[in-house]
Design a protein around this ligand. Structure first.
Ligand SMILES: Cc1ncc(Cc2csc(CCOP(=O)(O)OP(=O)(O)O)c2C)c(N)n1
Ligand SMILES: [Mg+2]
Length: 543
């Protein structure tokens, strides 16, 4: 019989995990020992638990499966809460495994170190940011508990919580079973598919809007093929930026409402049928839009439900709906292909002595991708994420909805741990939070390229409240520090220096490259400028 620790590790691998991120502590040391000595999954330790969560989140997004974050009880686990909250908001299935006191410690009569209000406060907190939980105190039920929680993570694409008391690591248990996927009712699926196809046949200008769930539920490729079969133009949401990377023949661009490309906004807002697949109806996706929730013209398939007009099909997973639509589409006359007018992305940066503006960074990266091929990207919150909208459509992991800072660099480390080489976009404020995690790249031989937007400012706050002096930050000269933490740093102030530094970085392998781009305070990307204008106009309308 396996031990509970080895059974859990085998189950994580069976359910799609390919690496573990974590920071040990005495309540999880015995489990960490098994992680290291079993070799079941590679593991990456980082410096601060928020980064552990961000890295596991990004790895899960790029793998299209579960990510794993292992932390100690109390101080470690509570440090992790914010990044798991972000994973919940962004529908990332991160499995949190938190150490905990053993049975005898719990009844020792002492207040335990790392304990808060009660020994179970940690479980209570994680119940708010995960969709399912298990506390492994009974060897007889632990395998079934783990199986249930891991299926929840995959089926709901949400984080889950496993509390692992340290006295249970060597308990003998049965292997963890893999529960069958819960299928949709075939009748409901077919009825729903036929109803949607009938609406498409009647529509004059339908459009498909896609968002993160088409990747989370592993149907990205099928959705691209379905759009092609149905002749529908596709746009991504702000959160869904980077989806359908290879489907340039159907993807018209990213819908940003009043902040976006006017032709693309017209394509969506003028549509008489909007098919929203895997879309999260968040303010960051639709705050600058109009009539995106009008039930008369929308179909919304999200979170295992499909809303058509004023009625809902429940427990109909996106994967089942897409396969149903694909199966029935052949019975409907194909529409004339309409891929929409694809967005033009800026290219051909003049590599001259001019100072750099944020949108120049997008142009320089588009030029780099044309020369060397696209790179998977991660981005933090700040103008760097708005600038990313001006970079050609490439895979992107960013907190587009939760909008929490600190994600970018640790997420890049998580993506690099999966074997890819990411390009990371981050502002100076966010880099101050978690950028130093780059110091962990050397021991794992990871070599992300980090483009740091240094405007010595919390610029995204300044654009909404320019009178506040607290948005001024000092210049930390980040590039100077790169060498001492195992990488290569370059500080650039002109467009020529930027283009050259990017070229050197892409040719440099085995160490991280940090390109510190000096930007004037007050300068923003064209996309952020449009977003602020649109946001202020929308706010005026609401007065
Ligand atoms: C964890 C967390 N704490 C505070 C905030 C609030 C915020 C949103 S944007 C921002 C400034 C970002 O500065 P940075 O230099 O990184 O980028 P840029 O604006 O382009 O100059 C702050 C402080 C958020 N979103 N998350
Ligand atoms: Mg800044």
């Amino acid at each position: 019989m396996p031990t509970l620790a080895t059974a859990l590790l085998d189950a994580l691998e069976d359910h799609g995990a390919r690496e573990i991120f974590g920071i040990p502590g005495d309540f999880v040391l015995p489990f960490f020992k098994v992680i290291e000595e079993s070799g079941t999954l590679p593991y990456f330790t980082l410096s601060h638990e928020p980064a552990v969560g961000f890295a596991a989140d990004a790895a899960s997004r790029y793998r299209g499966s579960i990510g794993v974050a292992v932390v100690t009880y109390g101080a470690g686990a509570f440090n992790l809460v914010n990044s798991i909250a972000g994973a919940y908001a962004e529908r990332s299935p991160v499995v949190v495994i938190a150490g905990a006191p053993g049975a005898r410690e719990r009844t020792s009569g002492y207040l335990l170190h790392h304990q808060v209000r009660t020994v179970d406060t940690q479980l209570a907190v994680f119940k708010e940011v995960t969709c399912d939980q298990a506390v492994l105190t009974d060897p007889a039920t632990a395998p079934a508990e783990i199986a249930r929680v891991l299926r929840s993570a995959l089926e709901l694409s949400l984080p889950v919580y496993i509390e692992f008391p340290r006295d249970m690591v060597d308990a003998k248990v049965d292997p963890v079973p893999k529960l069958p996927r819960r299928e949709a009712d075939a009748g409901a699926r077919d009825e729903c598919a036929e109803e949607i196809l009938a609406r498409i046949a009647k529509a004059k200008s339908p459009v498909m809007v896609v968002d993160v769930e088409i990747r989370r539920y592993g149907v990205e490729q099928q959705v691209g093929a379905l759009a092609r079969k149905l002749g529908l133009p596709v746009v991504t949401t702000f959160m869904g930026r980077g989806l359908l990377e290879g489907d340039d023949d159907v993807v018209a661009g990213t819908y940003l409402g009043a902040a976006g490309d006017p032709d693309l906004s017209a394509l969506v807002e003028g549509a008489d049928l909007v098919l929203m697949f895997g879309v999260i109806l968040s303010d960051t996706n639709f705050a600058l839009s109009s009539n995106m929730t009008d039930p008369r013209r929308t179909v919304l398939a999200t979170g295992r439900e499909v809303q058509i007009g004023h009625h809902v099909y429940r427990d109909l997973p996106l994967a089942d709906l897409i396969s149903g639509l694909d199966a029935h589409a052949d019975q409907h006359p194909p529409r004339p292909r309409n891929a929409g007018k694809g967005m033009a992305y800026p290219r051909g940066l003049a590599a001259d002595a001019s100072p750099i503006a944020p949108s120049d960074i997008a142009t320089a990266i588009n030029d780099l991708f044309d020369r060397h091929g696209k790179m998977p990207m991660t981005a933090d919150i700040g103008d760097c994420l708005f600038t990313a909208m001006e970079i050609d459509n490439t895979a992107l992991a960013a907190p587009g909805y939760y909008a929490g800072m600190g994600f970018g660099v640790p997420a890049g480390i998580g993506v690099a741990a999966t074997g890819l080489r990411p390009l990371v976009l981050v502002g100076d404020g966010a880099f101050q939070m978690t950028g130093w995690e780059l110091g962990n790249c050397k021991r794992y031989g990871l070599d992300p390229i980090v483009v740091l937007f240094n405007n010595c400012s919390w610029e995204m706050l300044r654009v909404f409240q320019p009178e506040s002096k607290f948005n001024d930050l000092d210049d930390w000269h980040f590039a100077d520090i790169a060498k001492s933490i195992g990488g290569v740093g370059e500080r650039v102030t002109t467009r020529a220096e930027l283009a050259a530094a990017l070229q050197r970085a892409v040719e440099r392998r085995g160490v991280f490259s940090l390109i510190e781009v000096m930007l004037p305070r007050g300068a923003t990307s064209q996309t952020l400028a449009r977003f602020v204008t649109g946001f202020k106009a929308a706010r005026e309308r609401m007065k």
